[in-house]
Write a protein that binds this ligand. Structure first.
Ligand SMILES: Cc1cc2nc3c(=O)[nH]c(=O)nc-3n(C[C@H](O)[C@H](O)[C@H](O)COP(=O)(O)OP(=O)(O)OC[C@H]3O[C@@H](n4cnc5c(N)ncnc54)[C@H](O)[C@@H]3O)c2cc1C
Length: 450
């Protein structure tokens, strides 16, 4: 049957909604959270339940279109023409079981809901820095969290999932019932099934402590070296984030930060203040501002200044195997160069700890990597994109000598594929698994082009 008539038939059969080109709400429904990515899907489905998802699977098989699960489009990446986007907002169950240390989370739940539910409980979630990212999209793409040195990747904490397979069967899978599928779900996104719910390990955090130190940019080299050198001594309970900020001289910004460059180091521990380690960082430069005390993931999210409304975002990321003095010097020289003004922030996350000993097998892994870096180029209306593109390319060039063999899928940019996240054998294994579970290609190819 032709695509359009198949879609119209499916629309009539759904309890939820299917929005098609020509409908008034199509443009807003199709728009991803990352407004820098344009997508024109064949439709946008808002299924109500698993039966609706089955109806969509059947229609896709008959109408020769694919289904692309996209709760919101934070990770919007590829061409979706000829695909129907599946928004999972109706799958909104959330059940926290502190006895078992597990959160049971529907496929449409955002991290903010889990984080809020855990405030004050002595447990934290293996969540990323943004409360509006979906638990499913983050966890199925690896996911690096505030607490990854303590608890590993988000995907390492995926205990089980309820999966609707391309053949319409829907069941709970874990490492005993289907270890191959679980391996793929821990990093490959939605290319092997539609996840309607997940079971996620929670992380014991009896006393979350945060210290934020701000230095002038001129102290960056000494301070980043000090962070690097404490990696050998820091226990896994300690997590460290470094941010190099260079703010534009824009009248909208407060005078005290406008046009300024500075460096912040955030140290987060799950078991109280790591006083001796923080003292080493204090001594590495002149601390211009210090904030320290008990904190919580909710407070961290509120203070992180991550955008919560849809935003156009561009940037680049890289996992590094090391950050020796030569690479660090090159990076700081690059950072200081006026041509690279479009890069507003460079975030640097210290890896190691639990990331080096994943507790479950998965496609995503940062084992053996030392740092995860991300450069952010804000998109301003009317500002040409070329200087930003050039600085992103320069950032990638500077880091090339230190690249780790793999990075984590949630840090990939639009168009980048899973080949950057796993070795050849793993990619072959993933392709074979996908061919077996979705022989007719009903699910969108995601970050692994067919
Ligand atoms: C402001 C911001 C901050 C971020 N911070 C972090 C961070 O700290 N750490 C980190 O690791 N990442 C971070 N990310 C990246 C984010 O985790 C990824 O983009 C993630 O994939 C987003 O998931 P989503 O479901 O919200 O997005 P979407 O783009 O809607 O989905 C991404 C992919 O997830 C898969 N998927 C989602 N739900 C399902 C499902 N139910 N069944 C099957 N497949 C599914 C699909 O393959 C889909 O393409 C951040 C992103 C933003 C925009």
């Amino acid at each position: 049957m032709a695509l359009l008539s198949e879609l119209e038939t499916a629309r009539d059969a759904l309890r939820g909604r299917l929005i098609l080109p020509g409908d008034d709400s199509y443009a807003s429904a199709a728009r991803p959270w990352n407004l820098a990515v344009e997508q024109r899907p064949a439709g946008v489905a808002l299924p109500s339940d698993v039966d609706d998802l089955r109806t969509l699977l059947r229609a896709a098989a008959d109408g020769a279109f694919t289904l692309a699960v996209q709760p919101s489009g934070h990770g919007a990446s590829s061409d979706l023409s000829g695909s129907v986007i599946v928004r999972t907002a109706a799958f909104d169950d959330l059940d926290i079981d502190l006895e078992a240390g597990v959160a049971r989370v529907g496929g449409g739940v955002h991290w903010g809901a889990v984080v809020d539910a855990l405030e004050g409980s002595g447990w934290v979630a293996p969540a990323g820095t943004s409360p509006v990212v979906s638990v499913a999209g983050y966890t199925l793409g690896g996911g690096h969290s505030w607490f990854s040195r303590t608890a590993g990747l988000g995907s390492d904490n995926l205990r089980a999932a309820w999966v609707l397979r391309a053949d319409g069967s829907h069941e709970r899978v874990d490492d005993d019932t289907d270890p191959e599928l679980m391996w793929a779900l821990r990093g490959a996104g939605g290319i092997t099934g539609i996840v309607t719910a997940l079971e996620i390990d929670l992380v014991r955090a009896p006393a979350v402590w945060g210290t934020g130190l701000t230095y002038d940019a001129s102290d960056a080299e000494a301070v980043i070296r000090a962070v690097r050198d404490l990696a050998d001594d820091a226990p896994p309970s300690v997590n460290v984030f470094v941010d190099s900020m260079r703010l534009p001289d824009a009248p909208e910004l407060p005078a005290e930060i406008r046009g300024r460059s500075f460096l912040t180091v955030q140290v987060l521990a799950v078991d109280g203040e790591p006083a001796a380690l923080v003292e080493r960082l204090r001594a590495a430069g002149t601390v211009r501002r210090e904030v320290a005390g008990p904190t919580s993931p909710g407070a961290l999210a509120a203070a992180s200044n991550e955008p919560t409304d849809p935003t156009p975002g561009r940037g680049a990321s890289a996992a590094l195997s090391h950050l020796d003095d030569a690479v660090l010097a090159d990076l700081l020289r690059f950072r200081a160069h006026d041509d690279n003004w479009p890069i507003m922030g460079i975030g640097m996350r210290l890896l190691g700890g639990a990331l080096d000993a994943p507790k479950r097998p998965g496609l995503a892994s940062l084992q053996g990597a030392a740092w995860l870096l991300h450069a952010l180029v804000p998109v301003f209306p009317g500002v040409p994109s070329e200087p930003g593109d050039a600085s992103i390319a320069g950032f990638e060039r500077v880091l090339a000598p230190a690249l780790a063999p793999q990075t984590v899928p949630t840090f990939l940019g639009p168009g980048q594929t899973l080949e950057l996240c796993a070795g050849e054998q793993s990619i072959e294994k993933l392709r074979a698994l996908r061919d077996a579970v979705d022989p007719n290609g009903v699910l969108h190819e995601g970050r692994l082009p067919r």
